[in-house]
Structure formats: structure tokens, C-alpha cells
Design a binder for this molecule. Structure first.
Ligand code: PEP
Ligand code: MN
Length: 338
């Protein structure tokens, strides 16, 4: 429920109401806005009814949040959330490009790729140290050694870095090295992992599962916010459909839908979305045009030697070209390329 206070309500009035909400066993929320203070109460709405807040002299209105996700919903928070990625703002009017290889393979590979993507205009670095692979025989990532390389290269090139965390046991190590956790498509509904990440305050890039609806993605994000971490960035990376011409079907419908339903920023990953490097740039432009808050792109110094996802990884020159063509689409959507 959302409780909108009257303009004359003071902080003391708000605190007194929040105390009553908490005493009923509901989770109280304080959300000061520019014109009004809005309070929230999460839990059994019948209990809130017993407080009769609609007749409180300082309460203007009491409204139910109709969406099944509460903290994530636009109803709860009208303005866009901006997530701080070690100094890089994601969301609002910013368009943020994070690029790098699928997996961290060596210091030399990471440094070469990082320097190339930075020179082309990327503001964040990606690279997986723990790789969830479809085959148990495929390269599984360098683990903690990969995290060390990623951090070293991120520091050397002055970019924040994002990397996937695949299980609860690795949260601490990833938290130590990365600027943001990435939750992969295969883990979107690993609810224990989501809750563990909710205990952190480090940003989480939550990728949409390949068989998940938009509302499933938003409910997954709710797990993280409900544990206290508001710093969630969503990511559309394609879903499985009957179409086999591309690795996945990049669902760009999801971008305006997500924007309408939540205040959280959303990135698009056209690399996994198409699986074929020739199609990454056109879909990156489409993502910018339809209002995404940025991109997550796979780039490798030598894609033909990549230990994972080489086929969809851009050559540095292709990434540079992608970046050069992006701006008009970003501007058309009312955003600024950072
Ligand atoms: C990745 O980003 O390399 C990755 C494994 O992505 P996804 O979880 O979307 O498949
Ligand atoms: Mn990949």
C-alpha cells in the first residue's frame, strides 16, 4: 500500500505513522519526494486496513499497489532509479555501454580488450570469471584468478567492472573484486542467490531468463530489493522462441514494457540476443532507439581464439564502428551517450 501524506505533514507525523505500520508487523517504507512524502507498507493489506490511515488528518490518500511486485513498481516510485556503478551513473537520461569479453581468459586478453573498448567509448568493463556453460566439458572460467585479473585491468583502464556470480558461495569473492554482480539468465530464479545479493549494497545486473516473462524478471528483482538492496539494473538478453535463425530472439518489446512497469534501469545485451556478430550492431541501435538505458556487449581482441562465445564477440574495429553509429539513436530516445 502507498500512503500519500498531506503537504503540511512533518517528519514527526511520518515517523509516528511508520511506527504504527511496523507495530502491525508490516514493513514500513519512507519515500520522501520533492512535493509530498509517500509512505509504504508491505505485507498483509488487511492488517493495514485496521489502522484506518485513510481517516488520519495528515494522510491524503491510501492506495493499493496493484502490481504483484511492489518495491520494483512504478506505482511505488514515479521517478527513474539511477544506479551508481563506481562513479558511472546507469539509468535516467544516461545511456551506458559496458563491453568486454564473455570470459576472462588471461591478463593480456583482458587488457587488450579493455583498452580497445575504452578507446571506442565504453564506460564499463565486463568479463566472466565463473562461466555457467551448457556443456560441462566447456571452459568454466578462471574463478578467483579471473576476478583478480578483471579488477587489475579495470583499475589500469579506469573503468568499473561487472562479472557473473553463479552461486551463493562465491558472493563474497565477487563482491571483493567487482563493481557489480551479474546474475545470468540461467540463474534469474535462483531465489537464494537473489536474496544473498539483496544483503549487499553492490549493484546487481539481473539478466532475464531465456524462458522468463517480463513479470518473472520483475518478481526476481523484487527479491533483491525486498532484502534491502535498491541497486538493481535489469538486462534483456533474448528469449527462446521457435525461431532458430539466431541464438535467441532479442525481445525489444520488453524495453518499453519494463520502462512502463518499473523505475529500474534496463540494459540490452545484443550479443546473447542474436548470437551472431554481424547482427549485434543493428540490434544495439534498435535497443537505443526503443529507450534502453545502455548496452552489454561482448568484444574480444581475437574472437576466433575466444574460449567462449567467440561467434558473437565483436572485433575491436566492429565495436568502434558500433559506437560511432550509436549516438543519433540514443539522442532520438532522449538520452545522452556517456
Ligand atoms: C554472459 O553474459 O556471458 C552470459 C552467460 O549471459 P547469459 O546469462 O545472458 O546467457
Ligand atoms: Mn557470453
Amino acid at each position: 500500500m502507498i500512503i500519500v501524506l498531506k503537504p503540511e505533514a512533518t517528519k514527526e507525523h511520518a515517523d509516528a505513522i511508520l511506527e504504527r505500520i511496523e507495530a502491525k508487523g508490516l514493513k514500513p517504507l519512507y519515500m520522501p519526494g520533492t512535493e509530498r512524502v509517500v509512505l509504504g507498507a508491505l505485507g498483509d493489506e488487511r492488517l493495514l486496513g485496521e489502522l484506518r490511515l485513510d481517516s488520519h488528518p495528515m494522510v491524503e490518500s491510501v492506495q493499493a499497489v496493484l502490481a504483484p511486485y511492489k518495491l520494483v513498481s512504478r506505482e511505488m516510485r514515479g521517478h527513474d532509479t539511477i544506479v551508481d556503478l563506481d562513479g558511472v551513473a546507469v539509468g535516467g537520461t544516461n545511456f551506458t555501454v559496458i563491453a568486454g569479453p564473455c570470459a576472462v581468459e588471461s591478463r593480456e586478453q583482458m587488457l587488450g580488450t579493455a583498452e580497445a573498448v575504452k578507446a571506442a567509448g565504453a564506460v564499463g568493463l565486463r568479463g566472466g570469471a565463473y562461466k555457467p556453460r551448457t556443456s560441462p566439458y566447456a571452459f568454466q572460467g578462471l574463478g578467483e584468478e579471473g576476478l583478480r585479473i578483471l579488477r587489475e585491468v579495470a583499475d589500469a583502464t579506469g573503468m568499473p567492472c561487472v562479472t557473473e556470480v553463479v552461486e551463493v558461495a562465491d558472493v563474497e569473492a565477487v563482491e571483493e573484486y567487482a563493481s557489480a554482480f551479474q546474475v545470468g539468465a540461467r540463474n534469474m530464479q535462483n531465489f537464494r542467490l537473489l536474496r544473498a545479493l539483496g544483503q549487499s549494497r553492490k549493484p546487481v545486473i539481473l539478466k532475464r531468463g531465456m524462458a522468463a516473462k517480463v513479470d518473472d524478471l520483475l518478481m526476481a528483482a523484487e527479491y533483491i530489493l525486498s532484502e534491502g538492496n535498491p541497486n538493481v539494473i535489469l538486462c534483456e538478453r533474448g528469449i527462446q522462441t521457435f525461431e532458430t535463425a539466431t541464438r535467441n530472439t532479442l525481445d525489444l518489446n520488453a524495453i518499453p514494457v519494463i520502462k512502463a512497469r518499473t523505475h529500474l534501469p534496463v540494459l540490452v545485451d545484443p550479443s546473447h540476443g542474436t548470437g551472431i556478430r554481424e547482427f549485434v550492431a543493428p540490434m544495439a541501435r534498435a535497443a537505443a532507439a526503443c529507450g534502453a538505458d545502455g548496452l552489454l556487449v561482448e568484444v574480444h581482441v581475437r574472437p576466433e581464439e575466444a574460449l567462449s562465445d567467440g561467434k558473437q564477440s565483436l572485433y575491436p574495429a566492429q565495436f568502434e564502428e558500433l559506437m560511432r553509429g550509436l549516438e543519433p539513436f540514443v539522442v532520438a530516445a532522449g538520452k545522452t551517450l556517456r
